[in-house]
Design a protein. Sequence first.
Length: 238
Amino acid sequence: MGRSLARLALVAVVSVAGCRSAAPPPSTVELTAAIARLQRPLPGELSALYRLRVPASGGLRLAILATAEGGRISVNEPFGSALSLAAWGRDGASRLYDLRQGCRAATADLESVLQVGHLPLPQAVRLLAGRLPSGPGDAVEIAGPWQLRVGGAGWACRVTLSAEPWRVTRVEEQASGTGGGWWAALEDHSGSVPGKIHLEHPKGRWAELELVRLQWDTVGELPRLPELPPCSEQGLDS
């Protein structure tokens, strides 16, 4: 009798799982509503801290400060020494300060910070904060069941969504309209905010972020930027 009940319970679980997997994809109306929800402005100034793992080290920290005026992303050693600092302003213009080499690069994006993930910094921060990686002027289009295409000047990606609540679960670079670029998997969401992000590059580079703390608060004045010469003057690529 006990075995029969166990079999019935197992059949019921499998049946429920089958029904969920066979659930119909969202309609165009539902996806349009999801886009509107995931494109809404951030609820305030953002400060966040992540554990960062890359091939060369597993003990780094990545910190984000973002306001209406711009933002900062720093990569730090476990005991606080900063290795790099990326900054952007209200106009979206960005720079990377390589504090180990003592120079600044002309531009910066997520790939220059993590060596994977070609996204402008404001769009990358929106993705980490539980939104679509899109800013003013970027295009967002429905690309298929559960999928959107998001793109701006010089970049584009395919975004996969999940519902209840609506959240981004995967991002794949679309290089010249094709696949084969970097990708990111987003997991352990709290609402729409991912708790873990794994990024990989086709050349084998990767990075993992684990959220430690995220606050919507008054950041105040952003830290002053260091005065460093261009990296080209150091004999480095800019």
